[in-house]
Design a protein around this ligand. Structure first.
Ligand code: WQD
Length: 343
């Protein structure tokens, strides 16, 4: 299929573009580079050996988005594009709702206008909120979130489900990611957050490469085995494969819209991940325990049954592989992607 990947120059988007091409699909990337760099598309072309058409437009622009569908033959859409920093969303809620919701409305309207009825949406485990029983299951009905970012994901899931129910032939998969980490084994693609990393893995990687002095562990007094929070970390290569599996499942899906957890089903603590990274680097790394970060849940991990049974997909890569691939990427790209132009 010819797949439009919004946010295709981003962390998960770029790894998915490569997986789609390797699975025999054609890909068109649309990205406004608000949180990614054009260099990524050049690397995708080098890694895949294929030309990757790129449209550098803002998806909240309805006319430009519609024009994109007029000039490109699109069979399906994978929608990653969106602002995703939890803390920033608390400070800038209107920008987050405007960007994340408007870009989705614009995209879905263009799809309907051009009779494109296959959609995979990048959702998040954050939609389970802080009251869902573990392991988080897709049938949990009381979706909520603890930030404007998370609430934008809940709202978009409702919008896409309602639109799918009202649009004959529409098939929409809502993929709820747990904690994406890792990098392509080539070392040429990886997570490259702007500014100080909010997330654990990229922060540890920047400590290891000498860009940060030490890791601050946000609390070790949680009710867990070692006192630090446990999360379901999933390798971005597994996540990319999950998107290909979901895309290829859409035409066989009975329901117009359906949520799928993309996780391993296992929890790993902050210190377990930290020590796994030390093993990948081959030396001890500096850290200090500080106060808890507001809003953190002690434990989060997926019930991964539905994706395995219905998509025929499951995560296979280990925490050590996640750390080894992250370290290889970071050591080859100490300052992330260069700011160069695309071609
Ligand atoms: C993991 C653990 C921290 C940094 C977030 C978003 C979620 C999703 C994935 C988009 C926590 C601890 C972290 C640090 C630390 N993003 N930590 N020191 O919070 O589980 O999920 O990213 O969908 O929406 O909330 O991931 O990597 O930020 O934190 O101790 O410098 O690492 O307290 O326990 P989180 P995280």
């Amino acid at each position: 299929m010819r797949v439009l990947v919004s946010g295709g120059a981003g962390y998960i988007g770029s790894h998915t573009v490569l997986a789609l091409i390797e699975a025999g699909h054609d890909v068109v990337v649309v990205d406004d580079f608000s949180n990614s760099k054009p260099t990524v598309v050049a690397r995708l072309e080098a890694l895949s050996g294929r030309h990757v058409p790129l449209h550098a437009i803002d998806l909240t622009d309805v006319d430009k988005t519609s024009h994109l569908f007029a000039v490109e033959e699109i069979d399906a859409v994978i929608h990653f594009a969106g602002f995703k920093a939890v803390g920033e969303s608390v400070a800038k809620p209107l920008e987050y709702y405007r960007n994340n919701l408007d870009s989705t409305f614009s995209l879905v309207e263009a799809m309907r206008r051009h009779d494109v009825h296959r959609l995979v949406f990048s959702s998040s485990a954050t939609v389970y909120g802080d009251k869902a029983p573990l392991p988080f299951h897709e049938d949990y009905a009381d979706l909520s979130a603890l930030s404007p970012y998370g609430r934008s994901k809940v709202m978009i899931e409702h919008v896409l489900s309602d639109v799918a129910a009202a649009t004959p032939g529409q098939r929409t998969a809502l993929l709820r990611y747990f904690n994406p980490v890792g990098a392509h084994p080539s070392g040429d693609l990886g997570e490259d957050p702007q500014g100080i990393p909010n997330n654990l893995m990229p922060f540890i990687a920047q400590v290891a490469v000498g860009r940060r002095e030490r890791l601050s562990v946000f609390g070790n007094d949680y009710p867990t085995d070692d006192g630090t929070c446990e999360r379901d970390y999933i390798h971005v290569m597994d996540l990319a494969a999950g998107h290909v599996a979901a895309l290829e499942h859409l035409d066989d899906m009975a329901e117009p819209a359906r949520a799928f957890n993309l996780g391993t089903g296992h929890g790993t603590s902050v210190m377990e991940l930290f020590h796994a990274f030390e093993r990948a680097v081959g030396r001890e790394l500096p850290y200090e325990v500080v106060g808890r970060r507001p809003g953190d849940l002690p434990r989060m991990w997926a019930d991964a049954t539905r994706a395995r049974e219905e998509l025929g997909w499951e995560a296979t890569r280990t925490v050590d592989e996640m750390c080894a691939d992250t370290w290889y990427w970071q050591s080859r790209n100490p300052h992330g992607f260069p700011d160069g132009t695309r071609r």
